[in-house]
Design a protein around this ligand. Structure first.
Ligand SMILES: NC(=O)c1ccc[n+]([C@@H]2O[C@H](COP(=O)([O-])OP(=O)(O)OC[C@H]3O[C@@H](n4cnc5c(N)ncnc54)[C@H](OP(=O)(O)O)[C@@H]3O)[C@@H](O)[C@H]2O)c1
Length: 346
């Protein structure tokens, strides 16, 4: 059977904050069957993960691009790949059968033609809603868990600060920290997000960084005795202010620096004297470095979900056509929680 396959490409390299006009919806005709002898698999995509790191792949060049395979450049006009959950519609590979649910690196499209190596795993039992496997039980969850527990080695009662706290990674860091018994403060870009952090997710405090004239004093207000752990999702001025407010032997996990992904974003220049004399440990990481703790992460997080200890915030848009605005929205703070595109037909 032949079908029209819609997919999203970039029109050109993107250096500044992304705009919807940077993207194009293309259509091709594909056959939903596999040629004899081919080991390809055709997947009908169901849920597409929308993630900020993709912007660094869309640039002409970025220090990230040569570091790890999933950060490889995306060429204009080329189908964009990323984390997707889909259902196998045809398979020339004996390991995958029609109707298998699979999680892998597929394209921002209705259908993807993939090889075995693109499939990260089969979803044998879907105990939880499928989008969870892209967010809380996927790389966002692992980033939060490994960055917080493995890098920061937090102790009960410590003071924890999280930026982009209402985002996919940040909200989970704050919730893990509360479950451990820490004092947790998050920052986010709107009043609505601040209320959600305090009222729904159990953060002790939260503030809207857009309404603060001086981030340094804002952090002093919430951490008069200093910060033990800063989980950084944004970089820039917030990282500078956090470093200025760290306690002696404080730990900073740098998960991402979204404020620095766009060309106008100020690059952080933290006070190095603070880092030396307060013996602050600042470490960047990628979730992919921590596959060794995946099982532990997955078991504990699933249990928190079953017992209702972890709340889920997701932001789901429908249709391939909505991908550009969903992606652009990450850089404007439009999303509340994990941004996912649903291609499931009602
Ligand atoms: N190291 C890893 O393996 C790994 C894995 C996943 C994600 N990450 C990184 O972790 C960070 C969060 O990712 P995510 O997927 O959870 O995204 P997200 O937080 O769900 O979405 C991005 C959020 O960042 C905030 N933001 C955007 N531009 C900003 C700016 N200029 N200054 C301050 N905040 C800004 C916005 O919220 P506000 O309303 O608060 O502004 C926006 O909602 C990103 O830096 C990402 O690249 C790293």
């Amino acid at each position: 059977m032949e079908v029209k396959n819609k997919y999203i490409v970039t029109k050109h390299h993107i250096q500044d904050a992304p705009k919807e006009a940077n993207f194009e919806l293309k259509t091709e005709t594909i056959t939903l069957s596999i040629a004899p002898g081919s080991d390809h698999i055709i997947v009908k995509n169901l849920y597409i993960s929308i993630d900020p790191y993709q912007l660094n792949r869309m640039k002409l060049s970025s220090p990230s691009q040569a570091t790890i395979s999933f950060a490889a450049p995306i060429n204009p006009g080329q189908a964009i790949d990323g984390a997707v959950i889909g259902k196998v519609v045809a398979s020339g590979n004996a390991k995958f059968q029609k109707d298998d649910l699979v999680l892998g690196v597929f394209t921002w499209a209705h259908y993807s033609l993939v090889k075995e190596g693109n499939i990260l795993k089969k979803l044998e039992s879907s105990e939880f809603p499928l989008p969870y496997y892209l967010g809380v039980l996927g790389f966002n969850g692992l980033s939060a868990y490994a960055g917080f527990f493995e890098l920061c080695k937090p102790q009960k009662g410590e003071k924890v600060f999280v930026s982009a706290a209402c985002g996919a990674v940040g909200n989970l860091v704050g919730q893990y920290a509360k479950l451990l018994g820490c004092y947790v403060v998050g920052c986010a870009g709107t009043h609505k997000k601040v209320e959600l952090l305090k009222q729904e997710l159990g953060f002790d405090e939260a503030f809207n960084y857009n309404q603060e004239k001086d981030l340094n004093s804002a952090l002093k207000r919430y951490f008069p005795d200093g910060i033990d752990v800063y989980f950084d999702n944004v970089g820039g001025e917030m990282l500078e202010a956090a470093v200025g407010n760290m306690k002696i032997f404080g730990r900073v996990a740098v998960c991402g620096v979204i404020a620095e992904y766009t060309s106008g974003g100020r690059k952080a220049a933290p006070n190095m004297m603070d880092i030396v004399y307060k013996r602050i440990n600042i470490r960047g990481f990628l979730a992919a470095d921590f596959l060794n703790v995946f099982e532990d992460f997955y078991a504990k997080t699933s249990d928190y979900l079953r017992t209702g200890k972890l709340k889920i915030i997701e932001d789901i848009s429908a249709g391939v056509e909505s991908i550009p605005s969903a992606f652009v929205g990450l850089f404007k703070g439009d999303n509340i929680g994990k941004k996912v595109i649903s291609l499931v037909e009602e």
